[in-house]
Design a protein around this ligand. Sequence first.
Ligand code: CTP
Length: 423
Amino acid sequence: MSLAGKHILLGVTGGIAAYKAAILVRHLCNEGAEVQVVLTQGAAQFVTPVTLQALSGRPVRDDLWDQEAEAAMGHIELARWADLILVAPATAHFMANLAQGAAPDLLTTLCLASDAPVLLAPAMNQAMWRDAATQRNAATLAADGKRLIGPDDGEQACGDVGPGRMAEPEALLDAVRAAFQSPRLADLNVLVTAGPTREALDPVRFLSNHSSGKQGYAIAKAAADAGARVTLVSGPCGLPAPANVECIEVTSALDMHEAVQARAAEQALVIGVAAVADYRPAAKAPQKIKKERAAQNDASVALVENPDIIASVAALPNAPVVVGFAAETENALDNARRKRRRKGLDAIVVNDVSDPKIGFNSDHNAATLIWADGEVELAYQGKEALAASLIQHLANLFFPSSGEGAGALAKPTPLSVAQSGRS
Ligand code: CTP
């Protein structure tokens, strides 16, 4: 996708990664984009306007009160001129202002005044990124429809190691290109199951598993980002519902089964990421089971099998495309290939959960996508990036013409439909 003729407003804020803005301007201009650089005061400490002006071919803007620049193109005009705003690097301070809707300088004012999508590339010291306030601001910005790219993990300019490095200019260029592409699942209904289920033994005890829900939530978010209307049917995992996703909270496998069956007919795609308990206690004791009574019964629990939620969807007449997950600890690929056929699935994503790097609670994952005629590896990466890549593969495989002719770029609606009240 070429960026010919696209108006990109590149905001640069005051962090050491500002030097990479020069490379970014170069890449964007090489793709044919018109780039207007806006510097904050802090950014000007790290990189000079002259460098960015020479590379972009346009005078750099850095002052809301610059009468000459305002006379040439006022800040509201500039906000309207932009097809997309990219802030790279975005400091913790800048993110805090934007999350509050504060507009103390030209760049924050432009972000508020523009209808264009805003992409942010956070960059800061790892402790600043991990700080509760920054995390809160990042979550607010994402919920408001801003797209956060990165930060990457690794060695930092200050000598620390951890999350906070700005995403590389090439990755930012990809994100800008992707923002102008038609949404791949535009107007399709997608249902995702996520998290664990809880199978009650008595009013205070249950059987469950270690699923964190992170991968399922990331897939729901990636499907929404690709333009789908997404319903997330989630077991208890305490994660906030992603923006633009309808979240239905359930507890047991039977609840999840019922919620999915009720909505299956209207779906184009169902992705089962939930770690559903295969069995539940045959009966839930009405009162807490006392130790003495349990001992009299050999302390054993009778179990009955739960319905297979995604296999039931795949068996429906006019079934949607159904994709399952297989968390395996041995012979992963062979087990998954058999599981896909046994459950009648269109595709299955398999990962080896015995690997501690990609286990249930990790933020990273690596997997293989298997369908009837092929397989593709999804390399080790963050769960969000893997989710985006999986959604692109599923769109290519099962909905190749979806999104064609759809509007290219729209500011995402900051709407979170959390029916459940979880937010
Ligand atoms: N799944 C489901 N309903 C169930 C059990 C599993 O929808 N009752 C779905 C999961 O969401 C996942 C896929 O089936 O997408 C595979 O789950 P897994 O637990 O690996 O499969 P099982 O059939 O339970 O096989 P096994 O535990 O023997 O490996």
